[in-house]
Design a protein. Structure first.
Length: 760
């Protein structure tokens, strides 16, 4: 990871005193927040107001192209003048306090800064990447994971995370699928709410909670061809049904901030899109927090061809409702002039400033700007045992068992000779993923280390091959190894006489994430060759996958007896994998994204449309299919095995002819029919068979994660209401239409018990 120089502390401390604060009536805690904001805004000059809309990077970590301007000197001067509302990437109590001190003690009005940071799946102690967490379908665990992240980030001086990412995406080529909750809007909506609640807790002004930021608004997950920062063009029906619900859920859960997305949506950049920001977010949804641009996304409206220069971009972004400028450095330069020459109304600036100040008041920053700055608390919190226990728990819950044909798993705890193969097996960096800015390099427990804790088996390790060559950097393109086969022979020798071979293959940590789109979804480099070579000498292979996106692995799926999807599981990755391999934890994860057979199927998703020719009824080529590969997913959405087995029976619907407005109860019995206690995600799908807009072949509308002891049966009940049965049309109107609804209840999106009812 590339770290830039931070602001020299001595410089901060020697900066001269700029002026004394004015009346400070806004500091009266007995007044309500809106009144306090009004009192403060009365004191503010136009420059100071625009200053609140300006965010600077603390230069710790660049997470985008290096911006123009924003020199260290400019930052100090602007901080002292009160022309900065927020800093990003300043972290650690010492640094945060030093910068906050300038804003609070040296600027005229002493308005505290809000400190933002990408706390995506943990701060220093990392949880699994968000896509992996989504595989748990465990909302309480996901909420807890976000609260652990907030606990550490707030202890380190931060009060605002740029998360959660609630972008729905069904294209595994796009590197940022690792940051979201996958392809499904229903699951994604529940997870969005859980994450917001986890970050923000019960009280925003508590010391261990931080403001959440729902991003990227909107439709970034649908960039064409999965190519990063690409164009998005979509129907309003899709926007309303698929993209917007998780954002709405974030607002309903109390998310205090939103972030723009980089893409255009139907020709208009999201950053300058008043339909998204003013009409929907701040209008229909009555969101009263603030919107931050994405990194330089205001300026990028010029490259999009939507603004002619910086001034034009600033006025378009501000008027559309982007309240804070991240790393374009344009608001601070242009907005005062734009207000003075009448291009932007002062009321636009006032509205943005009120929103920003509101969140600062809610965080309690005016009452104690240093409340997150306690070194002793920082030391006691970061990396403590409770946080490590929590991320381990989350990691186990995120693992998905994809195949276990000959019951190769779980492994016996003694008497085995185990060969562990693959560079990723000993990799302590990759499990941290690519969004791990505050975590120290090489701090994850590797799979090898995890397995080594089970001491009564004999372990042998061979790397076999490297995935990438050279240093793995945060901001640079990886060099993937396709040429060096020198480790193959040793790996084959190691594997030959083993009772079982555990192969850890997949992507290195920096191969998914922002700026990391791929056009191949197989095992990178020469890992597929390694897998096939090892298979020639020993077929008893457990393939443990490490990856930040769905991979296309048809050969492995056909030949390898056991496959475990272990994603990038964070700090405790290796311990979690070992517990699952040895059966101390019975896996219960289910895929939050379809896994394709090959990249050509992308985007592939379970809730597709039927088309006019869904089946091959006349044995000719004129139906919707590929000539070279099946059109179905290799592993469908919602799929995941357990060491035990589950049987579904007794599907019942309480009302065959409900009227609109009435609810329908669906119940099913689920039994644990195997040899282990286990957990199952019971999933309910519907299909609206005929409607005024064609509807998907299946839509998830309910799920429940249940625990079942061996031999136990439970009845699971779902309630369907107009909310689940209706949909948005292309005018954004929500319609509930009468007709037949098919129902399917099962353990994945591909199979289950079926029934139907007719809505009158
Ligand atoms: C990303 C955002 C992130 C921001 C700040 C951007 O490049 O798109 O998700 O929050 O950088 O690091």
């Amino acid at each position: 990871m590339k770290k830039q120089k931070c602001i020299p502390l001595f410089l901060l401390l020697t900066l001269s005193f700029y002026g004394v604060a004015q009346t400070k009536k806004h500091l009266d805690k007995n007044k309500n927040i809106e009144e306090r904001i009004s009192l403060l805004m009365k004191e503010m000059t136009l420059d100071e107001k625009v200053g609140q809309m300006n965010q600077y990077n603390g230069s710790w970590d660049f997470t985008g192209p290096k911006p123009e301007g924003g020199s260290e000197e400019e930052k100090y001067i602007h901080l002292k003048k009160g022309w900065v509302g927020s800093m990003l990437n300043v972290r650690g109590v010492k640094e945060v306090r030093a910068v906050q001190k300038i804003a609070v003690e040296e600027s005229r009005l002493g308005i505290p800064l809000i400190f933002g940071f990408d706390v995506i799946h943990g701060y220093k102690t990392l949880s699994p990447i968000p896509l992996a967490e989504a595989a748990s379908w465990d909302l309480e665990a996901i909420k807890k994971s976000a609260s652990v992240a907030a606990d550490e980030a707030s202890a380190s001086g931060l009060n605002w995370t740029f998360g959660p990412n609630v972008d729905i995406s069904n294209d595994a080529r796009w590197g940022r699928v690792m940051e979201g909750a996958g392809e499904d809007v229903y699951l994604g909506t529940k997870i969005a709410a859980a994450r917001v609640k986890g970050f923000q807790g019960e009280k925003l002004d508590a010391r261990n909670t931080i403001a959440a930021c729902a991003k990227h608004f909107a439709a970034y997950g649908f960039v064409e061809a999965g190519r990063e920062y690409n164009t998005v063009d979509m129907s309003h029906s899709k926007l309303y049904n698929t993209v917007l619900p998780p954002f709405k859920a974030a607002v309903d859960a109390g998310a205090r901030t939103f972030m723009n997305s980089f893409n255009t949506l139907n020709g208009i950049p999201a950053t300058g899109n008043s339909f998204l920001l003013r009409d929907i977010l701040k209008g229909d949804w009555k969101f009263n927090g603030f919107v931050v641009s994405d990194w330089a996304s205001i300026k990028e409206m010029i490259s999009h061809g939507y603004a002619k220069d910086g001034a034009d971009a600033s006025s378009k972004a501000a008027i559309a409702g982007s309240d804070m400028d991240m790393e374009s450095h344009l608001y601070v330069k242009e907005l005062v002039g734009l207000v003075k020459n009448g291009t932007v109304k002062e009321s636009v600036v006032d509205d943005a400033v009120r929103r920003i100040l509101r969140v600062k008041f809610e965080l309690g920053l005016f009452d104690d700007p240093y409340k997150y700055c306690d070194e002793a608390h920082e030391k006691a919190t970061i990396g403590n045992k409770a946080n490590n226990d929590a991320v381990l728990d989350m990691a186990k819950k995120s693992i998905v068992l994809l195949k276990n044909d000959t019951n190769l798993l779980p492994l016996k705890k003694s008497g085995l000779k185990i060969a562990v193969i693959g560079a990723l097996a000993s990799d302590k960096n990759s499990p941290l993923g690519s969004w791990r800015i505050a975590a120290d390099d090489n701090t994850a427990v590797s799979v090898l280390e995890g397995i080594q804790k089970y001491k009564d088996n004999k372990l042998m390790y061979a790397k076999g091959t490297d995935v990438s060559i050279g240093e793995q950097l945060f901001v640079q393109e990886l060099k993937i190894n396709t040429t060096d086969f020198s480790g193959f022979e040793e790996a084959k020798k190691t594997a030959k006489d083993a009772d079982v071979v555990v192969m850890v293959l997949g992507e290195v940590g920096f191969q998914s994430g922002e700026g990391r789109s791929r056009t191949e979804l197989g095992l990178p480099g020469n890992q597929q060759q390694l897998l096939e070579e090892i298979y020639k000498v020993n077929k008893k292979i457990v393939l443990v996958l490490n990856n930040g996106r769905p991979l296309a692995l048809p050969w492995a799926s056909e030949n390898i007896p056991a496959i475990v999807e272990a994603w990038q599981l964070g700090t405790q990755a290796g311990n979690a994998v070992a517990e699952v391999l040895y059966g101390d934890y019975n896996p219960s994860g289910k895929l939050p994204m379809s896994f394709p057979r090959n990249v050509g199927q992308c985007p592939i998703y379970y809730n597709n449309y039927n088309t006019g020719r869904p089946e091959n009824t006349e044995a000719n080529v004129f139906w919707s299919h590929y000539s070279d590969v099946e059109k179905t997913a290799l592993y469908p959405f919602g799929f995941g095995l357990s060491y035990t087995t589950f049987k579904y029976s007794n599907l019942k619907i309480n009302n065959q002819n409900p009227k609109k407005g009435e609810s329908v109860e669906v119940s099913v019995d689920v039994s644990n029919t195997g040899g282990y206690d286990g957990k199952e995600v019971v999933q309910l799908y519907i299909r609206d068979v005929a409607a005024s807009l064609a509807r998907p072949v299946k839509e998830l509308k309910g799920f429940e994660l249940i625990s079942l002891k061996k031999g136990e049966t439970k009845t699971v009940r779902f309630t369907l209401t107009d909310k689940e049965l209706g949909f948005y049309n292309n005018n954004g109107e929500f319609l509930v239409e009468s007709g037949i609804f098919n129902i399917m209840v099962g353990g994945n999106s591909n199979e289950g018990l079926i029934s139907k009812f007719e809505l009158k």
